[in-house]
Design a protein around this ligand. Structure first.
Ligand code: ADE
Ligand code: ZN
Length: 337
């Protein structure tokens, strides 16, 4: 890739719509928080922990990701984690971030819901005040747990309703189909929450269809396996259902063998509203710009694709129409230069 395209990818205004804040915990911060909170880790050093980041599938990652999150106990820990992510996002010219968090990963360890969300929210507020960065919080239900547990989590979130824009569904996909969470998503919709779900990452295309039909989600997180089902692909294109694709995640979790095998170009060629995101940047080898650079290096992608991906990121966001237009105009102005 030429230097100009690389600069364009880095400098272009963008939104990030698929990033788990617990997945932004770098090994150095995990160790610092473990020491601060007197939490014992099963790894002797930062290097040993990093060496364990050799994943064979989604579950092998999730086991380490939940262990890493065990160092988060105090509101300040959640603040520090979020602030560290926001600094990376700012460097990558992320103008708007919709951040996932997994409340059950914390409440199941006895950390109150409010401790987690207040720490995350305070960091987002500071980034808005200091840099004008726009953001929102999406809470995800863990799909390996029961729907009753998700309903209980929704109940716990009610005092913080004003801090939450929507809900998602993450964790182990296979064997935990969307329909398991139909009631809780219906309740969330009644409450006016925006709806997304991970589907078609490791799970079959059918999970994308049921996420749309039974959960009524507005975006699909990942969704890369949709191409196995041409009718579904056509539907996603026709209805402009955004896919929040996370290329480096897909490589690290062996959805594709190598960067050059990723189906990003095929997704774009199918007319899908694709966005590029980092998923769990501390675990998968880079923040959002690294995802752009590695994909554009390996695949036949050009400046027109960059423009489309930057526009999609804001178009697919949960910003109100006016804010969305302001950012889309910024993207247009950037690419006109
Ligand atoms: N939680 C964090 N990252 C995830 C992913 N890529 N898929 C499912 N659950 C997750
Ligand atoms: Zn994810």
């Amino acid at each position: 890739m030429d230097a100009a395209l690389r600069e364009t990818l880095k400098q272009m205004p963008k939104a990030e719509l698929h990033m788990h804040i617990e997945g932004s915990l770098e090994p150095e911060l995990i160790f610092a928080l473990a020491e601060r909170n007197q939490v014992k880790l099963n790894y002797a050093s930062v290097e040993e922990l990093r060496r364990a980041y050799a994943f064979t599938d989604l579950q092998s990652f999730l086991d380490i990701y939940y262990a890493g999150a065990s160092v988060l106990l105090k509101e300040q820990d959640f603040y520090d984690m979020t602030w560290a992510y926001l600094q990376h996002a700012r460097e990558d010219n992320v103008k708007h971030a919709e951040i996932f968090f997994d409340p059950q990963t914390h409440t199941d360890r006895g950390v109150p819901f409010g401790t987690a969300i207040n720490g995350i929210h305070r960091a987002l507020k500071d980034a808005r005040a200091e840099w004008g960065m726009s953001s929102a919080i999406i809470m995800c239900f863990l799909r390996h747990l029961s729907e009753e547990a998700a309903l209980e989590t929704l109940e716990q979130s009610m005092p913080y309703r004003d801090k939450i824009i929507g809900v998602g569904l993450d964790s182990s996909e296979r064997g935990h189909p969307p329909e398991k969470f139909a009631r809780v998503f219906a309740r969330c919709k009644e409450l006016g929450l925006r709806l997304v779900a991970h589907a078609g990452e490791e799970g079959p295309p059918e999970y994308i269809r049921t996420a749309l039909d039974l959960l009524k989600v507005e975006r699909i997180d990942h969704g890369v396996r949709c191409l196995e089902d041409p009718a579904l692909t056509q539907r996603l294109a026709r209805d402009k259902v955004p896919l929040t694709v996370c290329p480096l995640s897909n490589i690290k979790l062996r959805v594709f063998d190598k960067v050059g095998d990723h189906n990003l170009v095929k997704l774009l060629d199918a007319g899908l509203t694709v966005t590029v995101n980092s998923d769990d940047p501390a675990y998968f080898g880079g923040y959002v710009n690294e995802n752009f650079v590695q994909m554009f290096d390996a695949l036949p992608l050009d400046k027109n694709h960059a423009y489309r991906l930057a526009r999609n990121s804001f178009a697919a966001s949960f910003l109100d129409a006016q804010a969305k237009q302001k950012f889309l105009d910024e993207v247009d102005a950037f690419f006109e230069q």
